[in-house]
Design a protein around this ligand. Structure first.
Ligand SMILES: Cc1cc2nc3c(=O)[nH]c(=O)nc-3n(C[C@H](O)[C@H](O)[C@H](O)COP(=O)(O)OP(=O)(O)OC[C@H]3O[C@@H](n4cnc5c(N)ncnc54)[C@H](O)[C@@H]3O)c2cc1C
Length: 524
């Protein structure tokens, strides 16, 4: 595989590269585009900032500060080498619900510029690419295939509640899966260790004339192409547009000040315990189904969401089987089973014996069962509202290539707080009424949410798609408004975060973009 890739650090690359289509970034979006385009479009170039494995100096190009709520370290919340963040994503997949495409004016949520029927064929293809059976997104179909009792599903027991499942893909590591295929494509040249640092427009601003790319060893290359696609993941897509400001001080595609704004993630907050009754269905026990490649959550129907006036919300049930300390003690004992006797093991043994029923439940669950836990910790999970104040900003600090770093101002708003609160209240009220458990409720006030909010590494928004230039950065074909040959691929284009993990949707949109570029002969 390595032989047919060009390593810009060590191989001869010259001062310029010319191509018909230049894809910038080789992650989920970029690799999907390259696989689709190269067989039919002559001379495609894939430019990747990293090499074939993680290296510190390249990864450091992702450094940035968190200026808002506590968030994951920007340096490690995405990966900067061939395969991108697919080198460690979890594979949880689902597609958008119809409500995700609709405008929800009362919540200040814009509509997608098309509805679910437009993306449906591409979602089917994306699911197949990830090795997923499309029909298995239906909980009853998937769970009956696994031999679960589908009568236990909560959907018929209560109006408004709905089971939504994620399938967990095992075809997640794009570099490993598609590396050899890309290396064999005659129409494709893949450059490694080459980072795009600047985009240049024609005098009129209507066309990208070239992009500048650099290596960390000091080489500078000018890339010209008929069509350019930014596929660098959400924060970096916005950073490149903002930083390319030699012609316009606010950057490219930013006439209406949308670039970098509406940064969203899926967010969760833990709070509230539930002691389940014997009729609480074990299929909602997070660890039980996860081991079978599925994850079932209790959520709300679209009409219920509308009636409550909230964003997408779902609840995950994390079982606690034993007293604190028993689980690690059991692990240590297991690890020492075949080793010479260690007196400290007696402490672990005493800990296990202090809660033998809990230890037994833990052992049963580890063997694939779903014993009734002591209680469940509830995790409240929401889609984040598109909030202009939640955004990417250019820093005064520069990276090793001289580019301004991207900082993140992560902010929640009142719609988010309200969704957490009302979502929790409804779950507690409905499950109590159904006799499925007793609750120890933790109040989710704003400060508690701010302090405990955890993002899912799903970077969304920042170059959002809209029908009109006034409302977004890219048009419904993911082309930057008023720039004829610059496209953006990835979750930065999503107008809303929706319920699903972003990656299957990223692949679906990349497949659609590839079809558009082939049909519009953008590469010629
Ligand atoms: C721990 C973790 C778990 C996750 N789990 C899930 C999950 O279960 N389900 C889900 O749907 N999603 C999940 N995700 C998110 C998922 O990984 C991303 O949505 C997906 O990888 C984004 O694809 P992308 O192509 O847009 O970006 P990436 O996959 O990040 O690819 C971007 C590529 O661009 C390259 N690049 C960046 N800047 C430049 C530049 N200037 N020049 C050239 N190249 C550049 C990078 O090196 C990288 O290879 C998870 C993420 C993390 C971190």
């Amino acid at each position: 595989m390595t032989n047919t890739f060009i390593d810009a650090k060590t191989d001869l690359v010259g001062e310029s590269i010319n191509a018909s289509v230049c894809i910038i970034g080789a992650g989920a979006a970029g690799i999907t585009l390259a696989r689709e385009l190269a067989p039919s479009v002559a001379d495609v170039v894939l430019v990747e900032s990293g090499g074939l494995s993680l290296d510190g100096p390249t990864q450091a190009l992702y450094s940035g500060q968190n200026l808002g709520l506590k968030y994951h370290d920007l340096l490690s919340s995405r990966l900067r080498y061939f395969g991108g963040t697919t080198n460690h994503w979890g594979g949880y997949c689902r597609y958008n619900d119809p409500i995700d495409y609709r405008g929800r004016p009362k919540l200040d949520v814009p509509r997608w510029p098309f509805d679910e029927t437009v993306l449906a064929p591409f979602i089917t293809r994306a699911a197949a690419q990830l090795g997923l059976e499309f029909a298995y997104f239906d909980p009853a179909t998937r769970l009956s295939k696994l031999g679960e009792d589908t009568d236990a599903l909560i959907d018929d027991a209560s109006t408004g509640l709905m089971t939504k499942i994620f399938q967990i893909s095992s075809k997640t590591r794009f570099a490993k899966i598609y590396g050899n295929e890309l290396a064999r494509l005659h129409n494709l040249r893949t450059y490694l260790n080459l980072s795009v640092t600047d985009i240049q427009l024609s005098e009129s601003g209507r066309n990208v004339t070239a992009v500048t790319a650099r290596t960390l060893t000091g080489k500078t290359v000018k890339i010209t192409a008929n069509t350019f696609v930014l596929a660098c993941h959400a924060i970096e897509n916005a950073r490149l547009l903002l930083a390319s400001n030699s012609q316009s001080p606010t950057g490219i595609g930013n006439r209406y000040d949308h670039v970098g704004r509406y940064f969203m993630d899926h967010v969760h907050v833990s709070g509230t315990k539930m002691i389940p009754s014997s009729s609480f269905p074990s299929l909602y026990n997070f660890y039980y189904l996860q081991s079978l490649g599925v994850n079932a959550n209790i959520s709300f129907t679209d009409p219920a969401l509308q009636e409550m006036g909230i964003l997408q919300y779902y609840c995950r049930f994390l079982p606690v089987y034993a007293d604190e300390g028993v689980k690690p003690a059991m692990r240590r004992l297991q690890g020492k089973l075949w080793e010479p006797f260690d007196p400290e093991s007696l402490d672990d043994l005493a800990m296990v014996l202090s809660d033998l029923p809990g230890a037994t439940r833990l052992a049963r669950s580890a063997a694939g069962g779903a014993p009734k836990p002591q209680y469940f910790n509830l995790q409240h999970r929401i889609e984040q509202a598109p909030n202009p104040e939640s955004r990417i900003l250019l820093s005064a600090k520069r990276d090793a290539l001289g580019n301004r770093q991207a900082d993140l101002m992560w902010r929640l708003n009142d719609v988010d707080y309200r969704t957490f609160r009302l979502g929790q209240q409804k779950i507690v009220a409905e499950l109590s009424a159904l006799g499925l458990g007793r609750f120890m409720v933790e109040e989710l006030h704003d400060d508690y949410i701010d302090e405990h909010a955890i993002g899912h590494y799903h970077h969304i928004g920042t170059t959002r798609m809209a029908a009109r230039a006034e409302d977004g950065v890219v048009d419904p074909n993911c082309r930057v408004f008023n720039v004829d040959n610059l496209y953006v691929a990835g979750s930065s284009t999503f107008p809303t975060a929706g319920y699903s993990g972003p990656t299957m949707m990223i692949i679906a949109l990349a497949l659609r973009l590839a079809d558009h570029l082939k049909q519009s002969k953008a590469g010629n």
